[in-house]
Design a protein around this ligand. Structure first.
Ligand code: SF4
Length: 327
């Protein structure tokens, strides 16, 4: 890890102030691919490159790419005819592809393959005329994209309290799917409530909550019981980052906060705290975590102990349009 003073177990017997550093944290394979896609598009085609929506939900990443020549737009009709547009990691509905084609845009689709997997499930179960109960957060870009694959078959279930609003047509054809970045525990509670009402509810063919979301939550759960404070580096519109704060609090940390930058840390949070847990959302570059560690070291938290619950090796190939030519 290259962290000065780092030791390899939670129970290192360190007296005084310390940091527990969750591993894995930060960039997942889908974010890494999406950010590299925009960087390569800029290298290959020059600025500007248009990007529909934030490529990933992180303020620093978006600002850095904007400085390099990316122009972020809300909708494809803001992109000049014939220009290059990158679709974000969160995925888009088919109507967005249609609009882009009508405007002759050159599309580079950076949708995470694990989001595409959920889209494919939605299409498949819609073809078989299922009622699809999509567990997710209303208005989140990923949910809008997935629901757009089968608008006549998908109902959004935004947490356990929405279960009572669900209506179905045929109890033998109901399946739940989910957004990739939810809290595993809350989603399972939603499923439990759904199944109480609909015992024949079918499970997705494989987990929709992605490996990165799950792994980051498991690591936080492992360290949170020993922490008086957990700081999650991530942006407010990053679903998986916000979930990490909730998971930390539910797992036993006395307090939990989300910060974009080290400067966002309020020294008052540290009063009486001996153990601070640090993690970061799947869209957060490691340099922001380093900044937080440096700031905490200034306050005397200079012993850093990794809490490792998984090793991630997954890498996704870049979108075809931007892959380097074979030599
Ligand atoms: S959080 Fe999961 S689904 Fe989202 S981009 Fe990362 S790997 Fe893909």
């Amino acid at each position: 890890m290259g962290i000065p003073g780092a030791s390899s177990s939670v129970t290192g017997g360190v007296a005084g102030k310390r940091v527990l550093l969750a591993e894995p944290r930060g960039y997942c394979a889908g974010v890494d691919r999406a950010v590299e896609t925009v960087e390569r598009a800029l290298e290959k085609h020059g600025a500007p490159v248009y990007v529909r929506h934030e490529i990933v939900h992180n303020v620093h990443v978006v600002e850095t790419l904007a400085k390099a020549g990316a122009i972020f737009v809300e909708e494809t009709d803001e992109v000049p005819e014939g220009a290059i547009v990158v679709f974000s990691a969160h995925g888009v509905a088919p109507t967005v592809h249609q609009t882009a084609a009508e405007r002759n845009l050159k599309v580079i689709d950076a949708t995470c393959p694990l989001v595409t997997k959920v889209h494919n499930e939605a299409k498949r179960f819609a073809r078989d005329d299922y009622d699809i109960l999509l567990i997710g957060h209303e208005g989140h870009e990923e949910v809008v994209g997935t629901a757009g694959e089968a608008p006549d078959h998908v109902q959004l279930v935004d947490g356990p309290d929405s279960v009572d609003n669900v209506t179905i047509r045929d109890e033998n054809k109901i399946i739940w799917l989910s957004q990739t970045t939810l809290s595993v525990d809350e989603t399972m509670e939603t499923v439990r409530r759904l199944r109480e009402r609909f015992p024949t509810l079918q499970d997705p063919p494989s987990d929709d909550i992605c490996y990165a979301t799950q792994n980051r939550q498991v690591a936080v759960k492992a360290m949170a019981p020993e922490c008086q404070l957990v700081i999650v580096v991530g942006s407010r519109n990053s679903s998986n980052s916000v979930r990490l704060v909730e998971v930390a609090l539910n797992a036993g940390s006395d307090a939990g906060y989300l910060v974009d930058y080290a400067e966002d840390i309020d020294p008052a949070w540290l009063e009486g705290v001996t153990t601070v847990g640090i993690t970061s959302g799947a869209s957060v570059p490691e340099l922001l975590v380093r900044g937080v560690l440096e700031r905490l070291a200034e306050y005397g938290y200079d012993t850093v102990q990794p809490v490792t619950t998984a090793n991630e090796t997954l890498v996704f190939a870049l979108p075809r349009e931007i892959r380097p030519a074979r030599v």
